[in-house]
Every structure is written in structure tokens, then in C-alpha cells.
Design a protein around this ligand. Structure first.
Ligand code: FE2
Ligand code: FE2
Length: 290
């Protein structure tokens, strides 16, 4: 299979930036990512959540992250992660869960949390996975209605790439037990149901701070690593590659090409070392952004 190069779109997926104005532990990597974008000029950048360091209520970090995204010199869109608007109501592990106020803060600072972007022969859709199975948030229903309506306008044979923060599943789309903070079954099924009869070809997530790529039933699943740091000590079992970096994705008429970029030149910062030393990221010493 040969991709028609002239029709390809080059999409960059950056994820889990974990930026902070006062604890800028990963700012060095972000500067290198920006340099790479400036040099390569991809067609579009998707930022798949966790732009803020840790606390979704730290307005300063969210505002700082927004200013950092504005430094991207090509078109971009972002979706929120658990560290930006709080964790999922039912299955989240963080004490701070998503609510209307936290989601509104995202809208105020970053704009829309779900979107459609057409690139070449592809349609890209970004969705806020943090509000799925929210047990009553109005935004969940609004997003679901928007998704149904949006997909009605996408021709059945037009390839679609779906961008989410959390992985849909670990081992199988039908798994009922939430593993390693993937989406729970109810959230997953509600998200995917509107894609029935459509040409969903790519599901790309962040959140795990690992790189993984596999195909299942005609869909390529990608886990973008963090641009900032890996999580957990090296002896913890990982499903993907314990590396930092970002994804260079080519979408063409014939298919998908992708590669991990940056694991050979970004610093593989280790969040667990800092947590061992200081108890938590937010108790770690201040480090100003340059
Ligand atoms: Fe993250
Ligand atoms: Fe996350």
C-alpha cells in the first residue's frame, strides 16, 4: 500500500504536557517540542489533555498552559484531561472529580472541549472523555447530541480519527472491569455507539504516559506518550512503551502511518522519583519557567 504523499495530512499528537508556571519541571521538553513543530510545520496539532501539571483547580497552571499552546505556530485544538477539569465521576482515581465549574473553567480558558476538524480526506473528532458517564452533568448530554449530529454530516465512507484523553480499554473493547484508569464500559459504549455505520479508522488517546499502537477490527488504536514525563517505577507492568515523546501521524486516502518522535532527544523525566522524594508533585519545590 502506497500513500499518495500530496494528499497526506501530517497530524502531530502531543499529550500530557503537564505544564506549570511555578513547577515547570517539564518545560525543557515543551520548548523542544515547539522547536520541532516550528521546523516541521505539520498541518495540524492535537493536544490530547493533561496540559496542566496536576491540580485542576490551579487556575494559574491552566492559564499558563493556554499561553504555551498559543506558541504553537500551526493550527491546533485541545481536549481536556483529568488534571485539567477533574477525573471521571464513576471510575476516576483523583479526589477531584469533573463538575460543571471545572469544565466551565476549561471553556473560559481554552474554548471548546469537543470539536470536528476536517483534514484532507479525513475527519478528526475530539471529545471530552472526562464528562462521560458523569451521572448528571448537562455537558455530557450536549456533547452526545453534538456527536450524533456531527456524524450525520460525515459521509459513511469518509475515514474518521477520534481523539480522546483516556484509552477506551486495555485488553478488549468489551471488558467490564476498569483497568488502569481506562474508560468504564458505560462511557465507552456511549461514546462509540454513534460511530456505527461510519468509517472510524483511528482512536488516539493520551493519559497513560506510554506509547502503544495496535490494530483491532479495522481501527488503529494509538496511545500518545507524555511530552513531559513517564509515570511509575520501571518495575511496574506497562502495556505500552515507557517513554516520553509525541506522535507524528500521516493520514492519507489509503491509510495511516505513524511514528513515535522525541524519545531520543526529550528528557525522560521520572515523576515517581519526585513523588518518592517529596510525597507529591504539588509538594515538590518550586521551579520557575524560563
Ligand atoms: Fe497525564
Ligand atoms: Fe490523564
Amino acid at each position: 500500500m502506497t500513500l499518495a504523499a500530496s494528499k497526506d495530512r501530517r497530524i502531530l499528537q502531543v499529550s500530557d504536557l503537564h505544564l506549570s508556571a511555578t513547577r515547570a519541571y517539564y518545560q525543557d521538553n515543551w520548548e523542544m517540542v515547539l522547536e520541532w513543530i516550528e521546523a516541521k510545520q505539520p498541518d495540524f496539532v492535537v493536544v490530547s489533555g493533561d496540559v496542566a501539571l496536576s491540580d485542576p483547580d490551579l487556575w494559574e497552571d491552566l492559564a499558563f498552559a493556554r499561553r504555551q499552546l498559543e506558541r504553537i505556530t500551526v493550527p491546533w485544538r485541545a481536549i481536556p484531561g483529568n488534571h485539567d477539569i477533574g477525573d471521571n465521576v464513576v471510575s476516576g482515581s483523583m479526589s477531584k472529580r469533573v463538575n460543571a465549574d471545572r469544565r466551565q473553567r476549561w471553556l473560559d480558558i481554552f474554548g471548546l472541549d469537543y470539536w470536528r476538524e476536517d483534514q484532507g480526506s479525513w475527519t478528526l473528532i475530539g471529545v471530552n472523555t472526562q464528562i462521560l458517564n458523569s451521572q448528571g452533568l448537562a455537558a455530557e448530554g450536549e456533547q452526545a447530541q453534538w456527536l450524533v449530529k456531527t456524524l450525520q454530516d460525515v459521509p459513511d465512507d469518509r475515514p474518521i480519527g477520534l481523539f480522546v484523553h483516556k484509552p477506551l480499554f486495555m485488553d478488549h473493547p468489551s471488558e467490564t472491569v476498569v483497568q488502569a484508569s481506562c474508560l468504564e464500559l458505560e462511557a465507552r459504549e456511549a461514546l462509540i455507539a454513534p460511530f456505527a455505520g461510519k468509517s472510524l479508522r483511528l482512536v488516539a488517546c493520551g493519559h497513560k504516559h506510554q506509547y502503544r499502537s495496535f490494530g483491532l477490527d479495522g481501527v488503529i488504536h494509538l496511545w500518545a506518550p507524555s511530552t513531559g514525563a513517564v509515570n511509575h517505577p520501571p518495575d511496574v507492568k506497562m502495556w505500552g512503551l515507557r517513554e516520553v515523546g509525541f506522535l507524528d501521524i500521516r493520514l492519507g486516502d489509503q491509510g495511516i502511518r505513524q511514528r513515535l518522535v522525541g524519545s531520543d532527544f526529550l528528557f525522560r523525566h521520572e515523576s515517581y522519583v519526585r513523588i518518592l522524594e517529596h510525597g507529591s508533585i504539588l509538594k515538590s519545590p518550586a521551579q520557575a519557567a524560563p
